[in-house]
Design a protein around this ligand. Structure first.
Ligand code: ADP
Length: 564
């Protein structure tokens, strides 16, 4: 065999062992043997470098030097004393020291070559092990003769180094993945929530914790390996009895996460093998690893929490609220009707004296207040049970706003309430499709709040502007509405929270101003249902501005004339 054939044989053998195995010690052992046998090295060794390139750890050595002291010296090499500390950072090229003994004779080089000092080491070839941009370590081949023309040995070792660097990088990567996986599983094992991880390639469950197994009522050993898509049918003995319309099955979200979506806090159902239905709150996220600057999706994780009890309590509460509100409404309407009737009788024709008349006015006022309260309670139950339906039709939003502001003007004499309209002529209509009563409710609620939460009076501005459509068509026209006051304001951390059910800002609840924290919750729902959005900008003691973006044609099927 000539030199080129020997070189090829070495490279082929190393490549094959790297391909066939991921066992690093075995690959290294075999490579050391091959190099020694064919290139007649006196010493061959591999070092791996640590993450900071500060120290090299001996991975494997083949030596004919028969010197324990030498092997011991090479076990850990400091990056600082390694002879080519400077060189390794900049070069991917090998370093050939043709005559080590000659180098040792130079006073200032002696210390740096000290660790390689041995009578059977006359020359050394150092091959840095680079895999792409990752520096993995060093291959050292020493010979008992000095070197002259060494291109073939160097190029052979360089090729071998490339394969070994790839194997080391691969091993490092899988070690990192493995250790991260172990710590992730340890954390998930401890979670009070159910946790499952599905594999993106097989689409089956790769990991489940005990809580998940007990929620799904499938033993852990059976759960691992089950395909995610199977759950919907396989584990529902009586699928038609399931309340399909309301909540999707839990695995539906996991499948979505497997295609890269993040899902947070969604309600879903688990139907156990014996038909029991459990309501869960779930969050899902895809899991990916970074490889070659690309994110590769490897799976998805789902966490679920049993909220069946809370849901049942909530449902009972809603039912109670709904029944109570309905039952209260009839007697209140009757009381209000009669009181109204009596109160409107002229004093001279009625047998009522002034005191009774004023008492009747109070009864009317209070029953109106009760009616509003009952309506708000009914609205809450409608929102909760997703039964807040809109009666959509075409209306003139401009006119509607004028009417609402006019009627609200009478409710206060401490505030200056005015309407600002931008981009529309005085008489110009602004047609849009919406639920008129609900939009009146929204604007009235915002104005009422502006009045209520500005106890010292001030100016209240109701604004309307037609938003520019930009590149979008007329169908996407939006109205921008705002209600601005100079009242007590809202702290920044509460600006989102005031739209939550029953939430009242601290400054309001500390004051004597009464309220239930229902209005904005329902308002937000109404605007959302119209495809719009509402938010507030406010500073404490400086007033608040509530903004609404309302699409004018969120329901394109209605295109006929403008109603009043
Ligand atoms: P309520 O006024 O009955 O408490 P809302 O849902 O209408 O209920 O309002 C929720 C909370 O938002 C109020 O309690 C108040 O703290 C705050 N809020 C609403 N509007 C204003 C406003 N214009 N200025 C200051 N705070 C407001």
């Amino acid at each position: 065999m000539n030199h080129a054939q020997i070189s090829q044989q070495i490279i082929d053998s190393v490549a094959q062992s790297v391909r066939e195995s991921s066992d690093i010690p075995a690959i290294i052992g075999k490579t050391l043997d091959i190099i020694h046998t064919h290139l007649h090295t006196s010493l061959t060794c591999f070092h791996v470098v640590d993450d900071t390139w500060q120290s090299y750890r001996l991975l494997g050595i083949h030596s004919i030097c028969d010197d324990d002291v030498l092997a011991q010296r090479l076990r850990i090499l400091s990056g600082q004393v390694f002879p080519f500390f400077e060189w390794q950072h900049h070069q991917h090229q090998p370093l050939v020291i043709a005559d080590v003994q000659a180098e040792m004779c130079i006073e200032e080089h002696r210390e740096k070559w000290q660790c390689w000092a041995h009578e059977q080491i006359q020359s050394i070839i150092f091959i840095p092990l680079w895999f792409g941009n990752c520096y993995e370590g060093m291959l050292t081949a020493a010979f008992d003769t000095t070197l002259s023309q060494e291109t073939i040995r160097v190029s052979t070792l360089l090729a071998v180094g490339t394969y070994i660097a790839a194997a080391l990088a691969q091993a490092r990567l899988s070690l990192t993945v493995q250790s991260e996986q172990t710590s992730l599983y340890t954390i998930l094992d401890q979670l009070p929530e159910g946790a499952l991880i599905a594999d993106s390639v097989t689409g089956s469950i790769r990991y489940a914790n005990e809580t998940a197994a007990s929620l799904l009522q499938i033993p852990l050993v059976q759960l691992i390996g089950l395909p995610v898509h199977q759950f919907t049918r396989q584990h529902i003995p009586d699928a038609q009895n399931m309340d399909q319309g309301t909540l999707p099955p839990w695995n539906f979200f996991l499948i979505q996460a497997l295609s890269g979506e993040i899902i947070s806090s969604k309600e879903a159902t688990i139907v156990t093998p014996n038909g029991q239905k459990i309501v869960v709150l779930i969050s899902c996220a895809p899991i990916s690893i970074k490889h070659d600057k690309q994110q590769i999706l490897t799976g998805a994780i789902i966490l679920f929490q049993d909220i069946t009890k809370t849901k049942n309590v909530e449902q009972h509460k809603n039912e109670f609220l709904s029944i109570a509100s309905h039952e209260l409404r009839t007697p209140i309407t009757i009381i209000q009707g009669f009181a109204d009737l009596l109160a409107q009788m002229p004093l001279e024709t009625s047998s009522l004296n002034e005191l009774t008349q004023s008492a009747l006015m109070h009864i009317v006022d209070q029953s109106e207040y009760l009616t509003r309260l009952i309506d708000a309670m009914l609205d809450i139950t409608r929102v909760e049970q997703q039964q807040l339906h809109l009666n959509l039709a075409m209306y003139d939003l401009h006119r509607l706003l004028i009417q609402v502001v006019d009627s609200q003007l009478m409710t206060t004499n401490r505030h200056q309430l005015h309407l600002t309209v931008e981009g529309l002529q005085e008489q110009e209509s602004l047609p849009g499709v919406f639920d008129k009563e609900r939009i009146i409710q929204v604007i009235s609620n915002l104005i009422n709040n502006a009045i209520k939460y500005s106890p010292d009076g001030g100016t209240i501005e109701v604004g309307l502007r037609v938003a520019p459509t930009g590149d979008r068509s007329e169908k996407h026209r939006e109205a921008w509405i705002w209600v601005k006051d100079q009242g007590m304001g809202i702290a920044p951390d509460e600006c989102l929270r005031i739209f939550e059910r029953f939430y009242r800002a601290r400054v309001a609840s500390n004051s004597s101003l009464s309220g239930f924290g229902i209005g904005l919750y329902v308002t937000k729902e109404i605007i959302n249902r119209h495809g719009g959005r509402i938010w507030v900008e406010s500073s404490l003691h400086e007033g608040s501005t509530f903004y609404i973006h309302l699409p004018l044609f969120s329901s394109p099927q209605i295109t006929t004339g403008v109603a009043d």
